[in-house]
Design a protein around this ligand. Structure first.
Ligand code: ZN
Length: 243
């Protein structure tokens, strides 16, 4: 079955900072989209902040099975109306994958209900990501651990609800650890947070990072709900006779 993916990126660093543009000449969204397009069961579109409705009209969201989100400096520019639609679609079953600094994005914070704050340092630490749930679909095909030679450090405490599944724990060369691959369900939708991806490093070109995102798309795709209905617009009739 085809999975319809929308890769959303605020797309500001790449336009302003030559060092970031050199790594992602067509934007972080295109680097991720290109990796996903190698998989024939995905149809992939991209959307960015400066498009009308941030490229996330109600029609596009209705046609999105999994939404991937990267944002950093412009979280506050994201319209609350668009955030409402995104969150509503997650409750209806759309998957949502928040990458790196999207821990502070409006839709992720709304879905978590907590401050989502964390410890951080931009000092080119080495990151070692350990698979701590090898049987999880998002860990499929991965080695016991993999390393990113240079990344921003994110450390605990990460202010999120306890994950329903924890797939990765990162260690950093400065000594910190971080829950770097976390799963939650929200309504009928699945949410995955994946930590790596600071804009000044080529993280999204790394084949294992791409594999995690591919696995996460497959995991977060809506589960067919068959004959399930959820009619909450009128009082519910009793299933047993009452006197
Ligand atoms: Zn960062």
């Amino acid at each position: 079955m085809t999975i319809r993916v929308t890769v959303w990126n605020e797309h500001r660093h790449e336009l302003r900072d030559p060092a970031v543009k050199a790594i992602y000449p067509h934007g972080i969204h295109e680097a991720i989209a290109q990796a996903l397009r190698k998989h024939p069961d995905f149809t992939v579109r991209t959307a960015t902040l400066d498009e009308p409705e941030h490229g996330l009209s109600a029609a596009i969201l209705t046609e999105t099975d999994v939404l991937i989100w990267w944002g950093h400096v412009a979280h506050h520019e994201v319209s609350d109306t668009v955030v409402d639609h995104v969150v509503q679609r997650v409750w209806e079953g759309m998957g949502f994958i928040a990458l790196h600094s999207a821990h502070f994005s409006k839709p992720f914070k709304r879905l978590m209900g907590t401050d989502c704050a964390l410890r951080w340092r931009e000092a080119s630490d080495k990151e070692r990501l350990w698979v701590v749930d090898p049987a999880h679909p998002i860990a499929q095909g991965l080695p016991d651990y993999f390393e990113l030679e240079r990344e921003e450090m994110y450390g605990e405490f990460f202010g999120v609800p306890q994950p329903e599944a924890l797939v990765f724990v990162s260690w950093f060369s400065g000594g910190e650890v971080f829950r770097s691959g976390c799963c939650w369900s929200r309504g009928l939708g699945k949410v995955f947070y994946f930590r790596p991806g600071h804009e000044t490093y080529p993280t999204y070109h790394h084949p294992l990072v791409q594999q995690v995102i591919v696995n996460a798309v497959r995991w977060a795709a809506p589960t067919p709900v068959g004959r399930f209905t959820r009619d909450v617009r009128r009082p519910s009739a009793p299933l047993e006779a009452t006197s």
